[in-house]
Design a protein around this ligand. Structure first.
Ligand code: BJ8
Length: 385
């Protein structure tokens, strides 16, 4: 019988493999595989898969190209938008470099206006996203937009998307979501055997693994190893740390400073991320028993993004996850100039107060200059818990 690798060995393997992600995209491109750039978890992954392509996330989290982007974009704009555009403009992001077409959605104002400029560098198709998830009109619009994306991809690549290919893509993406959800659920153990940085390393790894069986198998093996180590009393975790849920804007490497402030300086541990790329985008599955285009459209429309008005599902998610993950406090990470998350902060605070859950909002950007300030604020928050 094969020996189970330790969780440490598997986490090291994941870090190494993640570094090779750009090479995998380059190789796919050289093999003639369609490479589709995306910005948002509203893009129906299954359509890209069904055309035989791979979907690469273009949301960037580095400060480096922001100065270049500011030649075209205002300084007072969300760093995620400026960073992503700056990478494209300077042709320094391998994922943008290899992508044939970009799919965007009308989420926040900054992103949708940036797509107009991005269109000068690559063909950009923008899906018209309804501003609410409720009601027949929104659903009909989004279903029509999902059909329109299908036609755009078919004519761009000169091939058809069949129902069989869609059903297969739905099954595969659901499998990936289940694997990720089972992995996230390990952090429900008390004490959690994972740190927040490790959780993010695994979700980032799957983001660029193109749902390969090998990568899914590695994450399943890691989940099993963590559970087995716990059964045998071999955990690496420290007891008595305050359990934190992170919500808000998407997180990337430049925002690891927030997690470090919680875990290294504050003595807490992040047990759940409600953000995109994590629980927000993995929790819901597409219904495999329904006609595929309908199942795909309905599954994506219900993502609880702050661009939706109203956005009650975010509060439902927060309530559910704080129970499932036995959360002691919630940290809302808001990127500078992100109006939708900044405005929603008040209702999130109010709602969590009603549940008796301590909450703090921190506004930040991709620079590392505020690390000390973040550490002081989050330390005080953790001490108060
Ligand atoms: S589904 S969260 S990935 S829109 S942080 S660019 S909202 S100003 S990233 Fe997002 Fe899709 Fe929603 Fe998720 Fe605008 Fe805010 Fe910047 Fe943002």
């Amino acid at each position: 019988m094969a020996t189970l690798r330790s969780s440490r060995a598997l986490l090291d393997h994941i870090s190494e493999e993640s570094l090779a992600a750009p090479v995998r995209v380059k190789e796919a491109k050289e093999r003639g595989v369609p490479v589709v750039g995306t910005f948002c978890v509203f893009t129906p992954w299954e359509l890209v898969r069904a055309i035989g392509g791979i979907s690469v996330s273009l949301c960037s989290t580095s400060e480096k190209p922001i100065a270049a982007a500011e030649a075209h974009l205002p300084r007072n704009l969300c760093p995620l938008i400026k960073s992503s555009y700056g990478f494209a403009l300077t042709d320094t992001c391998p994922y943008f470099h290899f992508c044939d077409i970009v799919i965007g959605e009308t989420t926040c104002d900054g992103k949708k206006k940036m797509y107009e400029y991005l269109n000068r560098l690559r063909p950009v198709h923008v899906m018209q996203l309804p501003q609410t998830t409720e009601g027949e009109t929104a659903r009909a619009l989004w279903r029509a937009e999902t059909e329109r994306l299908k036609s755009v991809l078919e004519s761009f690549y000169g091939r058809a998307i069949t129902d069989d290919a869609l059903r297969e893509a739905i099954r595969l993406k659901n499998r990936e979501r289940r694997v990720l959800n089972r992995f996230f659920a390990v952090a429900r153990l008390d004490p959690s055997p994972l740190t927040g940085l490790e959780i993010l390393a695994v979700s980032d790894y799957l983001k660029y693994s193109m749902a390969s069986e090998e990568a899914l198998g590695v994450v399943e093996e890691l989940t099993a190893a963590l559970e087995e180590e716990r059964r045998r009393g071999k955990g690496r975790e420290a007891e008595g740390r305050k359990r934190i849920l992170i919500t808000g804007c998407p997180l990337g490497k430049s925002l690891h400073k927030v997690i470090r402030a919680v875990e290294e300086q504050g003595g807490g541990v992040v047990v759940a991320f409600e953000n995109c790329g994590n629980l927000k985008s993995s929790t819901d599955l597409a219904d495999e028993s329904r006609p595929p285009m309908e199942a795909i459209a309905d599954r994506y429309l219900h993502i609880p993004c702050s661009c939706m008005s109203p956005n009650p599902r975010r509060l439902e998610f927060l309530s559910r996850f704080r129970e499932e993950y036995s959360v002691d406090g919630v940290v809302d990470v808001i990127l500078q100039a992100c109006h939708t998350y900044a405005v929603e902060s008040f209702s999130v605070r109010e709602y969590l107060k009603g549940l008796g859950i301590p909450y703090i909002a921190v506004e930040t950007d991709y620079s590392q200059g505020d690390e000390g300030q973040l550490s002081t604020r989050l330390n005080a928050f953790l001490e108060m818990l």
